[in-house]
Design a protein around this ligand. Structure first.
Ligand code: ZN
Length: 395
């Protein structure tokens, strides 16, 4: 059972529209379509594509379109989605629109869900849901929608379409719109950065001690558990293991990194706004207090994770750039983004698992000592037997 047939518009000898610097619509459409398909597969949907390469079914346009519709019909897909980018003679034409065949059906609902999600994510002008008698909408047997992401002939929007970060954002938004239309919850793959604390302060401190972290590092755990949830909804355990990784457990082995030590109060290698070399201490931000440094760390993670309210104006994060917003919602996705290594995220995840699995032995409470009065009436002898350590009362 195919849930969605995804059809990347144009292909082969039909480039679709071409941008002012030569970007071809057919190539962008294919990239977005494959990204959307992969995301939806990860959400558990069955997907097929009318094309996954640079091809067309026929040199005749209407025969090509009919073949795409037939492909979806033959595969008995439940829904059909065509992906395009727009073009107009006016180079300032801008915005997003999504088409359905006619008002009132499932096709319109699908189009509306995609349009809403896409506009909210990429924030280009909302041109709305429109209706058109397009062949792929008309000849498909199932509810169908066609999205025009933005205007490839507009130099600014063509530049966006060359940007992988933008294309990822587009694909996520379309896929999330589809899931919303289906009434299915969007599942985050991997280890979320945002969320309640996934471990306790006591576990974090025990984990730090087991890793021979200096006392200063152990003592900073409560500050993470205080700042991360309240300020940004960041899981403090994620931030704390990143602190350990970025500073080598606060320079546990006695070595500072390139002249940077605990005096920098910089828990995650944050650089100054203008950046600089990894080994240049002056390229790294020196914070006045741990509270400030940890707040900057949390804000930097929160903007990556696309936390609500981020980017924010009141931040000590020197590199709080809007373009990183929402680039990594999971710890795994930080790889290749926060740090160049693609394995960076996996490293943090393994540290996080170890922290979460740390058991904290509850100290056995000492029996409470309290003084009581002993009143003995009548004649008696009291002696203490040293050997037996007993107090003997003979009446
Ligand atoms: Zn097109």
């Amino acid at each position: 059972m195919i849930d969605f047939t995804i059809s990347p518009g144009h292909g082969g000898s039909d480039p679709g529209a071409t941008g002012p610097t030569g970007l071809k619509e057919k190539d962008v459409n294919l990239k977005i379509a494959l990204k959307v398909g992969n995301l939806l597969k990860n959400q558990g949907l069955n997907i097929n594509y009318t094309r996954t390469t640079d091809m067309r079914y026929s040199e005749n346009l209407s025969a090509d379109l009919s073949a795409r519709a037939r492909f979806a019909n033959d595969s008995k897909a439940r829904y059909f989605l065509s992906i395009h980018n727009n073009s107009a003679s006016n180079p300032t034409a801008t915005g997003t629109e999504t088409y359905a065949l006619a008002p009132g059906g499932e096709g319109e609902k699908l189009a509306r869900a995609i349009q809403e999600s896409l506009v909210a994510a990429i924030k280009l002008p909302n041109r709305g849901v429109k209706f058109a008698n397009f062949a792929v909408l008309r000849e498909t047997a199932m509810p169908a929608a066609l999205v025009e992401v933005c205007f490839i002939n507009n130099p600014k929007e063509e530049a966006l379409l060359r940007d992988e970060v933008f294309l990822d954002k587009v694909a996520i938004a379309i896929a999330q719109g589809v899931m919303k239309f289906l009434g299915r919850q969007w599942k985050t793959q991997g280890t979320p950065i945002l969320g309640p604390a996934s471990a306790t302060i006591a576990q974090a401190q025990e984990w730090a001690r087991q890793n021979k972290a200096p006392q200063e590092f152990v003592d900073l755990a409560p500050l993470y558990w205080q700042i991360a949830p309240a300020r940004a909804g960041v899981d403090p355990a994620v931030a704390y293991v990143q602190f350990a990784h970025e500073t080598g457990y606060l320079y546990r082995d006695g070595k500072s990194m390139a002249g940077i030590d605990a005096n920098w109060k910089n828990p995650c290698g944050l650089k100054v706004s203008q950046g600089g070399g990894n080994t240049d201490p002056n390229a790294h931000k020196k914070f006045v207090s741990w509270e400030e440094g940890i707040t900057a760390h949390i804000d930097h993670l929160a903007i990556y994770a696309g936390a609500p309210g981020y980017p924010r104006a009141d931040t000590p994060d020197p590199r709080h750039f809007p373009y990183i917003a929402g680039r990594a919602t999971t710890v795994e996705e930080l790889g290749g983004k926060w740090a160049p290594s693609p394995a960076y995220g996996e490293k943090l995840v393994s540290m996080l698992k170890a922290l979460q699995e740390t058991t904290v032995s509850e100290p056995i409470p000492e029996p409470k000592k309290r003084a009581i009065k002993l009143k003995i009436e009548g004649d008696c002898q009291i002696r203490y037997d040293e050997k037996a350590q007993e107090l003997i009362i003979t009446v």
